[in-house]
Design a protein around this ligand. Sequence first.
Ligand SMILES: [Zn+2]
Length: 163
Amino acid sequence: MLIRRITKSYAFEAAHRLMHHRGACSNLHGHSYKVEVEVTGRLQREGPAEGMVLDFGDLSKVVRPLIEEFDHRLVLSHDDPLCELLSGKEGVALNVMSDVPTAENMAAYLAKRIQEKLNEESTREGMRYTVNGENRKAFNGESAVTKVTVWETSTSRATWELR
Ligand SMILES: [Zn+2]
């Protein structure tokens, strides 16, 4: 079986804080985040994505809107009192997470959502190809998101892995 892995990188800027952190991370501060998404699966045998696990462009159709949920936003935990204080205020774009907004939790959230969206989106126009008269999904369901790494700084990263 021709199993291959592909990885694509994305970046976003965001502010966050870790409410219960014992150091400076409990203050509002920002990072230039980098995200690496790995998809593992069989090589497609025909059509426009022949020889690929998944077209990088098709992966981006799914990942970019999720990255935009974080880009230039303030990412807070749902139980952070700042949510109520800042919600609806001009110049404040919030992303409220169900967990503490660590790189670990961002990686897990992104992995889950990317997999869900790959499954959903592949049934829609723009993520389907016609091959020999047959309508096929760009994402054939035989591939899976196997790793998502979120870099918070150039020396600190957290990885979610499918086990
Ligand atoms: Zn931080």
